[in-house]
Design a protein around this ligand. Structure first.
Ligand code: ATP
Ligand code: FE2
Length: 327
């Protein structure tokens, strides 16, 4: 079989990135981050950042690919979920490339891309996935042609919750990594609302309570307590999914997966249950172009390509809307 090369372009929110991969390797990659000077992510500002950077970024990866003799087979882009203005900027570039090069266009679900890159890098077969990022928090697993969602947040994503609290505490966006640092110097745990309903969880009450707790507790203690409470909720639902479905692998995905304490808690739970725990290195947890290229390749090989007229972006694209044609 002829080796296939796929260009993947990611740009749902803060990270604009492009990568070329084949079945086994990453051939080329480039990225450019949008970091707000103050406040949270602004969709239009992020899209402007992407629009001004995307030309050079794609030129760079194509040039690097050419040095390695790449003949592109397809172009894949993140079709959703994400900020509408950002998605449209990336989709426009992907359509133009597909038309100019005469190669298939592939619309990738961003959540599924987080999962597929993790499965690839860690060589996980059929895991329960804890996907935790800024905008999303879900526990999923593959069954009968789809990634099914077994539990999810009823309000905001855990990353969003951390970033909101972080902003209130005076940290620049994103707050997640700074909260992790502060938590290391905590002296005690302060009880905060632990909200698991069935297989779902909620973080907005916890965020409000953590902000209020700052009036009478140290920032270090609140950061620690926020993490312990939120992560325990996530681990509880992941454990229950594992037990119900009877699988024996857990894969961590999404930007919040970079957190060492969360990894430690999941690892302990998996050891207790005799399950294998997989966490790819940070670069594959956070948004990246490789994840879009990898999922694009799987989709290309199972003929899940897109016509231009069906390539509209889907800002609230759910992973369980996708027919998984490649498993
Ligand atoms: P999605 O569209 O999947 O929601 P995203 O745009 O939120 O993606 P990601 O890179 O997947 O992007 O995740 C970013 C989030 O990860 C931010 O909320 C950030 O605070 C959080 N994060 C990054 N590193 C850490 C860390 N060490 N601890 C906790 N949270 C972290
Ligand atoms: Fe993401």
């Amino acid at each position: 079989m002829k080796n296939k090369f796929v260009l993947g372009i990611e740009g749902t929110a803060w990270n604009l990135s492009a990568a070329i991969i084949d079945r086994t390797d990453v051939i080329a990659e480039a990225e450019s981050h949008y970091t707000p000077k103050e406040g949270g992510l602004h969709p239009r500002m992020a899209a402007q950042h992407h629009a001004s950077e995307i030309g050079d970024l794609i030129r760079d990866v194509l040039a690097e690919g050419k040095e390695h003799g790449v003949d592109l087979s397809a172009v894949a882009f993140s079709q959703g979920p994400g900020f509408g203005p950002c998605l449209r900027t990336v989709a426009t570039a992907a359509r133009a490339l597909s038309l100019a090069l005469g190669i298939p266009l592939i619309g990738v679900n961003h959540c599924i891309a987080h999962i597929e890159v993790g499965r690839w890098i860690c060589n996980a077969k059929d895991p329960v996935i804890l996907y935790v990022s800024g905008g999303n928090s879900q526990v999923l697993s593959y069954r009968d042609g789809k990634y099914r969602i077994f539990g999810e947040t009823l309000d905001i994503g855990i990353g969003n919750a951390l970033d909101k609290f972080g902003r209130y505490a005076g940290f620049q966006h994103p707050g997640g990594p700074k909260i992790e640092e502060m938590a290391k110097n905590a002296k005690k745990y302060i009880p905060l609302p632990y909200v698991v309903k069935g297989m779902d969880f909620s973080f907005s009450g916890l965020t409000t309570a953590a902000k209020e707790a700052l009036a009478h507790a140290s920032l270090e203690d609140v950061c620690h307590s926020f993490q312990e409470t939120a992560f325990a909720m996530l681990v509880e639902v992941t454990e229950r999914a594992l037990a119900h479905i009877g699988k024996d692998e857990v894969l961590l995905a999404g930007g919040v997966g970079a957190n060492e304490r969360l990894k430690e808690m999941l690892d302990l739970m998996c050891k207790d249950r005799g399950a294998k725990f997989y966490a790819p290195e940070k670069k594959f947890m956070c948004d990246n172009g490789i994840m879009i290229a990898r999922t694009g390749l799987l989709m290309l090989e199972s003929d899940a390509t897109l016509s231009i007229k069906d390539s509209a972006v889907i800002p609230n694209y759910r992973p369980d809307d996708v027919d998984v044609t490649w498993i």
